[in-house]
Design a protein. Structure first.
Length: 113
């Protein structure tokens, strides 16, 4: 059974940073591309960033230069480092095994102005 468990969300002020973690069990993360998505209140879920099994990364334009996705295959963990957070980054952030049905439960990030 595959499980993805996110952590690291919280309430911060604009300009501050957070680091999200997603630990996977039931699969070897090294074999899969991984992604972070987010769902702002009252809006659709959107892709934020992804990383391939060999470490190639991609980002939505709105977070380029501020967010960094990385992975530690030894710990079966993917991270999302978020810097210079803005109120529009407020959302539930979800971990996803790219192109699969596997999702985490999400972690809330709230950025106050």
């Amino acid at each position: 059974q595959v499980q993805l468990v996110e952590s690291g969300g919280g309430l911060v002020q604009a300009g501050e940073s957070l680091r999200l973690s997603c630990v996977a069990s039931g699969l070897l993360m090294t074999q899969y591309p991984m992604a972070w998505y987010r769902q702002p209140p009252g809006k659709e879920r959107e892709w934020v960033a992804s990383i391939t099994s060999i470490g190639t990364t991609n980002y939505v334009d709105s977070v380029k230069g501020r967010f960094t996705i990385s992975r530690d295959n030894a710990w079966n963990t993917v991270y999302l480092e978020m810097n210079r957070l803005q109120p529009e980054d407020t959302a539930v952030y979800l971990c996803h095994v790219f192109h699969s049905d596997y999702w985490g439960q999400g972690t809330q990030v709230t950025v106050s102005s």
